[in-house]
Design a protein around this ligand. Structure first.
Ligand SMILES: [Zn+2]
Length: 235
């Protein structure tokens, strides 16, 4: 079933850290800063479904906002990298990420990376937006080479496999891990663990229906939240 993009689902728990829940307190890693990027702005040209009804920037914003809210409810220090509606340049996005990195103490050796996670949320497209295509599935990307980011990508891929049953998870095991490696500016220039997720294809009819369904949207949010929590717990 197709749902309007701005629909608000049941509100998440209002509980915040420090408020007694009457149950065992959550104990997340309080030093980890989690930045969620929404990819594009409302003024970014293109980036929509062939029928023009699905706009990636709007969808990414809703997903990013709900990932941040869920993580905050669990007691994590999560925030939107781009609260603005308009497009923010990649250079400025990187500046914000690296400002957070320099303001946050690093993990102890041997990893030594800053205690910052960046995930950039996107929806994929196989064509130029004028026609429906056949490519389908979920994937995530890191920068080239084996880095700490591959560990976060592994966690996201594992939760994706669990949360998207019957849907294609696009993997690339040529370098022995499931994520794809690309020279994306945001990933390459950020001084932290950084992953970009491509959440299905907006120019594939079946993927688009899933993206806009209540269960599809929730599974995308859960995949990011659970993958991040699993990664932090593994440190
Ligand atoms: Zn995108």
């Amino acid at each position: 079933m197709e749902l309007p993009l701005f629909i608000t689902f049941a509100p998440s728990s209002p509980a915040r850290p420090g408020i007694s829940l009457g149950i065992e307190e959550l104990s997340p890693d309080s030093t980890m800063k989690i930045l969620i990027d929404n990819g594009h702005g409302l003024n970014t040209p293109g980036k929509r479904s062939p029928d023009g009804k699905f706009i990636e920037a709007i969808y990414n914003r809703e997903i990013a906002r709900r990932i941040v809210a869920d993580l905050q409810d669990r007691g994590y220090d999560a925030e939107l990298l781009v609260p603005e509606e308009k497009d923010i340049s990649l250079k400025e996005r990187v500046r914000r990420v690296n400002a957070a990195c320099s303001a946050t103490p690093s993990c102890p050796a041997p990893t030594g990376h800053p205690n910052v996670i960046l995930i950039s949320i996107h929806v994929n497209a196989a064509g130029d937006g004028t026609q429906w295509m056949n490519a389908t599935g979920w994937s995530c990307y890191t920068c080239k080479g084996q880095t700490q980011s591959d560990k976060l990508a592994d966690c996201l891929c594992q939760t994706a496999i669990k949360n998207f049953p019957g849907r294609r998870i696009r993997t690339d095991y040529s370098d022995r891990d499931p994520d794809w490696e690309e020279d994306f500016y945001l990933l390459r220039k950020s001084h932290c663990v950084a992953v970009l997720s491509e959440n299905f294809f907006m120019d594939n009819r079946s993927d688009l229906e899933y993206l806009q369904s209540r269960s599809g949207m929730q599974s995308i949010i859960d995949t990011h939240v659970e993958g991040i929590v699993e990664y932090i717990d593994s440190l």
